[in-house]
Write a protein that binds this ligand. Structure first.
Ligand SMILES: *Cc1c(COP(=O)(O)O)cnc(C)c1O
Length: 370
């Protein structure tokens, strides 16, 4: 009998019983009849901050808003430059541009695919305001050197850890190194809600107080406004879902790492496939399992013909997106980022992926190169 198609991502009941627990929490939240900024939101914020080892977490509407709020909190605006990797999900650059700043793009490291202090340092000018590293695919950036660079250059550091819940650098959770940090709980993220959601994380009480006001219209008390804020609140139903899923995050992360390990051992020396490299001290929570091949498109078609769906993160680097043509970058400006866009392929990896499915994926990749 033919095997069912293997999708790039599926929501499975992992660990078993998680779905029922989420449904029960949702029902309770519905019945509470408290639908905006209830104690559910506060409870999740506290548990999320505690899980990271951070002083403050503020739930917001989505990951993009979290980035925008972080930029507002450091006072970034017109005239300021913010250093961003050229290979990231577009939200990172969009938040910088929408804050009125100039995104200054830099090359990722050729092995970790992450922004490093070495490439960021070259992009610093008198207008630089902040460095915004992204823990891409779930691997922690080398934060030691980035913290040192930001400190010595008097720049703010903002982490985008939307893909890296639970990842650590030197044993310390990402999302706790920068002055103010942003994450997303988009449904397919490692910690995902059942709709849009995000959070801002900081150890700085002044920044936390600013975000708390600014994300809720700038209110100090109901109908009293100190700032011209926005409305980007974490939805109560999503907070209820996230509270349950946070308790399962460590198990889900271990499952992702176990699946990644099998790919890593089985796909060694298969054709000219380049496997993910994890740098010393940096942990990887495998939001994305990226392989690279100069035959990427043909390999992808071969897998699809066998019913195996894959994804590309990301086909077009930020500097070559039409939306960013005003920055004046050209093809060839960031060879590493361009090479990544041309060769990257993401294989299915999600908690609950079955062994027979993963072995079929591995066999199909091997078959292509045979
Ligand atoms: C998902 C993601 C975001 C944006 O999150 P949304 O909740 O979709 O707004 C930002 N940065 C990175 C790196 C992401 O992967």
């Amino acid at each position: 009998m033919a095997r069912a198609a293997i999708l790039y991502f599926e929501f499975r009941d992992f660990p078993e019983g998680a779905v029922a627990a989420v449904e029960e929490a949702l029902l309770q939240a519905v019945r509470s009849q408290r639908y905006i900024l209830s104690e559910k939101v506060t409870a999740f914020e506290q548990e999320f901050a505690t899980a990271l080892g951070a002083a403050h977490a503020i739930g917001v509407g989505n990951g993009y808003d979290a980035l925008l709020l972080a930029l507002k909190a450091i006072g970034a605006g017109p005239g300021d430059e913010v250093i961003v990797p050229a290979n990231t999900f577009i939200a990172t650059a969009n938040a910088v541009a929408q804050a009125g700043c100039v995104p200054v793009l830099v090359e990722p490291d050729a092995h970790t695919y992450n922004l490093t202090a070495a490439t960021a340092a070259k992009a610093i000018t008198a207008r630089s305001k902040a460095i915004l590293p992204v823990h891409l695919y779930g691997q922690a950036c080398e934060m030691g050197a980035l913290v040192e660079l930001a400190t010595t250059q008097n720049l703010y550091l903002i982490e985008d850890f939307a893909q890296a819940h639970g990842a650590t650098y030197g044993g310390k959770a990402v999302g706790t190194f920068g002055n103010v940090n942003a994450t997303s709980f988009y449904p397919t993220k490692n910690l995902g809600a059942l709709g849009d959601a995000g959070a801002v994380v900081t150890n700085n009480a002044t920044i936390a107080a600013f975000i708390r006001q600014y994300h809720n219209y700038g209110e100090t008390a109901k109908y009293h406004n100190q700032l011209i804020g926005i409305n980007s609140r974490l939805d109560v139903l999503q907070a209820a879902v996230l509270q349950v899923k946070l308790a399962f995050l460590q198990q889900a992360t271990q499952e992702r790492q176990r699946l990644a390990q099998l790919y890593l051992s089985e796909l060694q020396e298969v054709g000219e496939v380049v496997l993910p490299f994890t740098a010393p001290g940096c942990s990887h929570v495998f939001h994305v399992f990226n392989i690279r091949s100069s035959h990427r498109d043909a390999l992808r078609a071969h897998l699809l013909a066998l019913g195996i769906h894959t994804a590309i993160h990301y086909p077009v680097p930020v500097h070559l997106q039409p939306a960013y043509s005003y920055l004046g970058y050209r093809p060839g400006d960031f060879p590493v980022a361009e090479e990544l866009a041309a060769t990257s392929l993401s294989l299915p990896l999600f908690p609950g992926l079955r062994e027979d499915e993963q072995l079929a994926i591995i066999e199909a990749v091997k078959k292509y190169f045979r």
